[in-house]
Design a protein around this ligand. Structure first.
Ligand code: ADP
Ligand code: MG
Ligand code: MG
Length: 324
């Protein structure tokens, strides 16, 4: 039978795009496939990292306000186009030009701080996705205002996950689990032909404690939450997702937003956008989109699911704090 062959698998971890990438790929060519994914992610990182001075994104940012436009490759073009689409759909809750505020708050650094209101309003003048400037050929790009910075933090991992899955499909992989720092994609079913079971993190417990388990195949599962990266000051939690209207960590009624769909770039953008928009507006937005489902967790510890997902969700809350 084929069962032995299909139980061949490889598990690989790498550190790329500022995060841990895990791959579990089944099939006789699994190792080859995993290596191709790692190469592709390296190539994306070289172009997009803000930590690499020569990356296209770094050069775009460091030349903001100057007349020089930069040639962008297909990857950056694809990301910028998707970012623009989700900025419009979310009415600006998602905004790729949020960079100056992300940098100022410094949630990722070892010296995060609460900026003064005047500093925040000064930097907010630079945040406007409508201001960005594609060249006429659409393949060049510049930021018109000095100090502007684009930030791919809310969307690049999603794009990369889609690229990884494209490689898996091209290699004929029938079963795989790929996790790019929390951006999960499952290819096919598990090798035993049952759906993958993905834990949905309890936003108020240590890593690996869940509020439920989702059974899925051929889907991406992407979560944005206030618990992933934050600092505490005077009893207040300051996290890494900024509301472009206030310039401060978003303060909607949500503490986590998980999107389940086919496209990981869409899921990544939408998880961030809906987290900022809050429950009601997010539910309205998702009604307008086909094939996009969600799990929302509110501050008052209620769990909301879109209709489609309910049959695949197993509410399991050890903590007893959440209601569903
Ligand atoms: P994670 O970092 O856990 O993947 P997200 O996908 O929600 O979570 O991305 C958050 C990151 O996106 C932030 O660290 C920051 O770099 C950037 N960001 C913060 N606020 C916004 C926003 N309103 N729109 C777009 N990007 C944002
Ligand atoms: Mg995101
Ligand atoms: Mg993300």
């Amino acid at each position: 039978s084929q069962s032995n062959a299909s139980n061949d698998y490889i598990e690989k971890e790498s550190f790329q795009m500022g995060t841990v990438i895990s791959q579990r790929i089944y099939g006789s060519n699994a190792e080859d496939c995993a290596n191709k994914v790692i190469q592709r992610l390296n190539n994306l990182e070289e172009n997009m990292s803000v930590n690499i001075k020569t990356s296209t994104v770094s050069r775009i940012n460091s030349h903001s306000g100057q007349s020089q436009a930069f040639r962008i490759n297909n990857d950056i073009y694809n990301i910028l186009t998707a970012a623009d689409k989700f900025s419009k759909l979310s009415n600006g809750a998602f905004d790729i030009t949020i960079g100056p505020l992300v940098k100022e708050w410094g949630v990722f650094t070892d010296h995060p701080h609460v900026p003064s209101p005047s500093r925040i309003s000064e930097l907010l003048k630079l945040v406007n996705y409508k201001s960005i400037d594609f060249g006429q050929d659409q393949m060049t790009f510049r930021l018109p205002m000095k100090g502007q910075m684009i930030d791919f933090g809310a969307i690049a991992k999603g794009y990369a996950a889609d690229e990884a899955v494209k490689i898996c499909r091209r290699e004929g992989i029938k079963s795989a689990y790929i996790n790019l720092g929390g951006n999960v994609y499952v290819v096919g079913n598990k090798p035993d032909n049952t759906p993958w079971r993905i834990g949905i993190q309890n936003p108020r417990a240590v890593d690996g404690k869940y509020i439920g388990i989702l059974s899925v195949s051929d889907k991406t599962i992407v979560t944005s939450g206030d618990y992933e990266r934050f600092f505490m000051k005077d009893g207040i939690r300051y996290h890494h997702i900024i509301d472009p209207r206030t310039g401060c960590p978003s303060n909607s009624d949500l503490i986590s937003s998980t999107i389940v769909t086919d496209s990981s770039i869409n899921a990544d953008a939408l998880s961030t956008a809906t987290f900022v928009m809050g429950l009601r507006k997010s539910e309205e937005l998702l009604k307008k989109l086909d094939g996009v489902d969600a799990i929302f967790v509110t501050k008052d510890k209620k769990v909301y699911l879109t209709e489609n997902l309910k049959k695949d969700f197993d509410f399991q809350d050890e903590s007893g704090e959440f209601t569903y």
